[in-house]
Design a protein around this ligand. Structure first.
Ligand code: ATP
Length: 487
């Protein structure tokens, strides 16, 4: 049976079509505005073409030059020119590989990666990684700025959208690395709203770095002691004057190489009497005993003798500080007093694992005095430890330079380098077992950590160092009679 009752139709659910506002303008207004709009479009096009030329200069020069050459001279001269160019590049590579890579190959690679990876994928990756935002129908998307490829890494500059923070990018490091076919990604802040992503493709520190010949070490700058090489190819400079250094790493991470790299670089200054080394090696001399001649004083246990040495140095620090008070703020060579470096291998054996509580507390007090007050009077501590927990080194904060070699867990990285540094990319827990001596470094006040590898100081190097630093043997000058007899 048919009913007469009125039934409301279902509400219309389709989206109302959005029509651009200018469609509603009267025809004569459109006519008046048309030339201006065309001009504006032409300017935009010109800007886009200019941006393309700036981003892909090599492709532009090669493309336009090749085409013009072909039109002007035909195919054969063009092939000849290409062959000559290839020969020229090969000669350039042979004569100066670094310059060829930096000014030739990496530029080509930059354009290639931009054209094939970052350019085409940027928008999709930003959307899927939830780094874009919608507001009132408009999409805000981070802008891809300069791309620079250095072979092992691509440096990609980004302008963040408003209200975005670097932490949001740090939280998506893994997503970005996988999206752009990289092994890992690090985030650096360049200036407000501008970030640089380091998309890592290979490890430039995979090969050991040999120590420089002793004869080539020039005057030692105690604020910049070269102990290895950073991943960008620059020297790893460790600050000893005005800083205290904590080196942390699991067994086999290469703590020994950091320690011996310091001694190696200081060798000329030690020989000249400008620097004095004092060492404590609770492992019975397994480490420092390899080159005892480098040390003014060295103790091979963690007992009363080691504690007495620490207390002696602590009282020296106080005495020197009292003399400097009001006269100078920081030790300088002109004082005529040697700069003292206290090296403690296995610091934890002295201040945490020593079973005698009295000795442990005395050692801990003395080390704290030296680290907290030694800066100005010219005393530096290089402490090496395997376990960075507070129960082991309760005064980690007194060390202003931290070196994190390979560690077991992410939390240990935070303990050594400080909160937030791991999120920026300092993944010391991911350092490979095959690259001992590789470390993440951070000085107080420096936002971005550095990655570097200490020199590989071999047993043969230590023998050479021992010979170099061994006290000279004084031979009696033969009396004239004996000399003649010998002759
Ligand atoms: N910078 C380096 N380059 C290449 N190889 C290294 C480097 N540092 C250390 N090695 C190698 O790694 C191994 C372990 O190094 P090392 O003894 O220095 O580690 P460690 O952290 O001091 O260990 P432990 O805590 O057991 O003393 C050694 O065989 C050494 O030759």
């Amino acid at each position: 049976m048919k009913s007469n009752r009125w039934i409301d139709p279902a509400p219309f659910e389709g989206a109302r079509p959005r029509v651009p506002w200018w469609v509603w303008l009267p025809g004569w207004v459109k006519l008046v505005l048309a030339p201006f709009v065309l001009l504006w479009l032409a300017v935009r096009l010109a800007v886009k073409v200019a941006a393309l030329v700036v981003r892909y200069p090599l492709a532009f020069v090669l493309g336009v030059g090749g085409y013009a050459g072909y039109r002007q001279f035909g195919l054969s001269p063009l092939v000849l020119a290409l062959l000559s160019l290839t020969c020229g590049l090969a000669i350039w590579y042979g004569l100066n590989r670094d310059s060829f890579l930096r000014h030739g190959w990496y530029r080509l690679l930059t354009e290639w990666r931009r054209a094939t990876v970052y350019g085409p994928q940027w928008r999709t990756v930003m959307r899927l990684a939830e780094l874009t935002r919608e507001n009132r129908g408009r999409e805000y998307r981070p802008k891809l700025r300069r791309v620079r490829s250095e072979g092992w890494r691509d440096k990609v500059r980004v302008r963040m959208i408003p209200a975005q923070s670097p932490e949001q990018w740090e939280a998506r490091r893994e997503n970005l690395a996988h999206s752009f076919n990289a092994r890992s990604c690090r985030v650096r802040v360049l200036k407000p709203r501008v970030l640089e992503l380091d998309l890592i493709h290979s490890d430039p520190l995979s090969r050991p770095v040999a120590v420089p010949p002793l004869a080539e070490i020039g005057e030692v700058d105690l604020k910049r002691v070269v102990v290895g090489r950073t991943e960008t190819g620059k020297p790893w400079r460790l600050k000893l004057l005005g800083s205290q250094v904590l080196v942390v790493g699991v067994p086999g991470a290469g703590k020994g190489s950091v320690l011996w790299s310091v001694v190696w670089q200081l060798a000329p200054a030690i020989k000249a009497g400008l620097v004095r080394l004092v060492g404590i090696d609770p492992k019975g001399g397994m480490e420092l005993g390899q080159c005892p001649d480098a040390f003014d004083k060295v103790v091979y246990d963690n007992g009363p003798e080691a504690v007495a040495l620490l207390e002696e140095i602590a009282s020296e620090v106080k005495e020197r500080a009292a003399r400097y008070r009001g006269v100078r703020r920081l030790w300088a060579k002109s004082t005529g007093e040697p700069f003292t470096v206290l090296i403690m291998d296995e610091l934890a054996d002295l201040i945490a694992y020593q079973p005698d509580r009295n000795l442990r507390e005395r050692a801990s007090r003395a080390v704290q005095t030296i680290t907290s007050q030694g800066r100005a009077p010219g005393y530096a501590v290089v402490g090496l430890v395997q376990d960075p927990r507070k129960e082991v080194v309760s005064f980690r904060h007194l060390f202003t330079t931290r070196v994190a070699l390979r560690l077991d867990e992410p939390i240990q990285v935070d303990m050594v380098l400080g909160d937030g540094v791991r999120q920026r990319g300092a993944a010391a827990h991911e350092i490979s077992e095959n690259t001992p001596g590789v470390a993440w470094l951070k000085e107080d006040g420096q936002r971005e950590p550095d990655r570097a590898r200490a020199f590989h100081v071999t047993d043969a190097d230590l023998v050479e160092l021992g010979v170099y630093l061994a006290p000279a043997t004084v031979h009696e000058f033969p009396t004239s009679g004996e000399g003649r007899a010998a002759a």
